[in-house]
Design a protein around this ligand. Structure first.
Ligand SMILES: *[C@@H]1O[C@H](CO)[C@@H](O)[C@H](O)[C@H]1NC(C)=O
Ligand SMILES: *[C@@H]1O[C@H](CO)[C@@H](O)[C@H](O)[C@H]1NC(C)=O
Ligand SMILES: *[C@@H]1O[C@H](CO)[C@@H](O)[C@H](O)[C@H]1NC(C)=O
Ligand SMILES: *[C@@H]1O[C@H](CO)[C@@H](O)[C@H](O)[C@H]1NC(C)=O
Length: 250
């Protein structure tokens, strides 16, 4: 387990890493553990980034979207939830977010998330809708794109609802599979609506080696690993969020 301290705002959160498939000993040359600092990475390094959960408008300052690391957003985001992760570069990773810790459906106007990292080269994803009182998204796909080991952008991907077509538990909301909130356990229903985020990588590392886990996953048309591994969930007991790490080739 790794503890990551974002001392700038005094937040301290934990992410648990569960290795599902054996991964050999690996050299980690990236000494940057804060999501609010710049890092240049090699394949197999750990890379720290954050997820922030809030209303869409909390991520904007004078109508311009800023990184949660930007001090101008600090006040707006102070009351909101941050989760930090340190996955290994180019490994397909499943991030599990404990829903009861973020309750996005209770955020006025709907709960959104952004993924972010870096300071001088601050990179932040677009805000992504997670839930409101009608719908909840339970599975997302995120791609971290690097150029020579430096993060360039963070993109949300979706499969246009292919993975839930024909399943009456789901609705297609903004091109993504969503569950009616009333069906979720928290609302007295039967469906486990926990959020899982599948993470993949693209671009090149510092030595110009190609990061191709996104390419592999998209070729497999496998936008969600969560179903395959949902039986593991009962073993996850970490307080805030969990991360399951997979070897490169699923
Ligand atoms: C989020 O807020 C921005 C800035 O106010 C706005 O342009 C954008 O349309 C909003 N997005 C959603 C999905 O509401
Ligand atoms: C929740 O979001 C969906 C998709 O944007 C929208 O159609 C619906 O009206 C929203 N529900 C509420 C209560 O805001
Ligand atoms: C529909 O999705 C729900 C929730 O993930 C699942 O329990 C159910 O088995 C699915 N039904 C079909 C027909 O795939
Ligand atoms: C999620 O968080 C709640 C509230 O802190 C806790 O009771 C529950 O055990 C957590 N669930 C998991 C799977 O970690």
């Amino acid at each position: 387990m790794e503890a990551i301290n974002c001392s700038r705002y005094g937040w301290m959160y934990f992410a648990m890493l569960l290795s599902i498939l054996s991964v050999g000993a690996r050299a980690n040359t990236n000494k940057v553990y804060s999501p609010c600092m710049d890092a240049t990475v090699h394949k197999n390094d750990g890379f720290t980034f954050g997820l922030a959960f809030a209303s869409n408008k909390s991520f904007f300052y004078n109508k311009i979207q800023l990184s949660p690391c930007d001090s101008r957003l600090a006040e707006k985001l102070r009351e909101h939830k941050i989760s930090l992760f340190r996955p290994q570069v180019d490994e397909v990773t499943l991030l599990l977010v404990n829903h009861t810790e973020i309750n996005p459906e209770n955020v006025e106007g709907g709960g959104f998330a952004v993924a972010y990292a870096g300071k001088k080269h601050a990179v932040v994803s677009a805000p992504h809708f997670l839930a409101n009182s009608s719908y909840r998204i339970t599975s997302l796909s995120l791609v971290l794109n690097f150029e020579q080991g430096r993060l360039q952008n963070i993109l949300w991907k979706n499969d246009g609802c292919k993975s839930c077509l024909g399943n009456s538990s789901f609705a297609c909301v903004r091109g993504e599979c969503a569950i009616q909130s009333t069906a979720c356990i928290e609302a007295g229903g039967r469906v486990d609506c926990s959020l899982s985020i599948q993470l993949t990588w693209s671009g090149t590392d510092q030595r110009q080696e190609v990061l191709n886990s996104w390419y592999q996953m998209s070729n497999l048309n496998q936008y969600s690993l969560y179903g395959l591994y949902s039986n593991l969930k009962s073993t996850l007991t970490d307080r805030f969020s969990n991360m399951i790490r997979f070897a490169k080739s699923p």
